[in-house]
Ligand binder design. Structure first.
Ligand code: DX5
Ligand code: ZN
Length: 217
């Protein structure tokens, strides 16, 4: 079954705990935490204190997406609450080392690429990761439109996974909704992040069900 990872970026931060419990009860698989530093991306969001506060109120794994410069400096802090930490290839000078650093903290490492970065940029580290996250928007904000030109990269990563005998998950982030989910899963995606398509709906269970159902058609 396709996994759904609600991005709390579009949640109501004044009642974040309730929002998380609601999507957990609605069948979410991960809680996607978007960490932005105002340098790597033009927005500032959540820090490790918030991730620490979320951790005890949910049974779901925290999927922490670091959109920050110098992620190595913050990995130890996020490792306290995260089950998965993803870092951007574009932000890591020593990407292989950073992925190993994440694993050394007992957390699953994932690598992310922006829409403008080729799949080849992460081929050498595919053996090091538990998850590959492909951005289908330019990171920084929720509610943007899905960039369909990224889809061939999903298929490319899925075919390398097969050829190399690896088992990492492929996750898609940005503009995922009922319309765009099918092309993601048809090309090999296992996990779909959705922010606005879930939190902008009053009935979160219906929103998750609709995305999952369309993804599995
Ligand atoms: C974008 C974030 C996404 C975003 C997704 O920078 O990484 O996780 O919150 O939001 P939607 O689903 O609204 O595109
Ligand atoms: Zn994200």
């Amino acid at each position: 079954m396709t996994k759904i990872a609600p991005s709390i970026l579009s949640a109501d931060f004044a009642k974040l705990g309730e929002e998380i419990k609601e999507v957990e009860q609605a069948g979410a698989d991960y809680i996607h935490v978007d960490v932005m530093d105002g340098h790597f991306v033009p927005n500032i969001t959540i820090g490790p204190l918030i991730a620490d506060a979320i951790k005890p109120i949910t049974n779901l794994q925290l999927d922490v997406h670091l959109m920050i410069e110098n992620p190595d400096a913050y990995i130890p802090q996020f490792a306290k609450s995260a089950s998965i930490i993803t870092v951007h290839q574009e932000a890591c000078v020593h990407l292989h080392r950073t992925l190993q650093l994440i694993r050394s903290h007992g957390v699953k490492p994932g690598v992310v690429i922006n829409p403008g970065t080729s799949a080849e940029a992460i081929k050498p580290v595919l053996t090091e990761v538990d998850l590959v996250l492909l951005m289908t928007v330019n990171p920084g904000f929720g509610g943007q439109s899905f960039i369909k030109e990224v889809v061939p990269k999903v298929a490319q990563i899925a075919s390398w996974r097969e050829e190399m005998g690896l088992s990492f998950e492929i996750e898609i982030d940005g503009g995922v909704n009922e319309e765009t989910a099918p092309v993601c899963t048809e090309n090999g995606a296992d996990v779909l992040v959705a922010g606005s398509a879930i939190f902008n709906q009053r009935d979160r269970k219906a929103a998750i069900d609709v995305i999952r159902k369309s993804a599995e058609k």
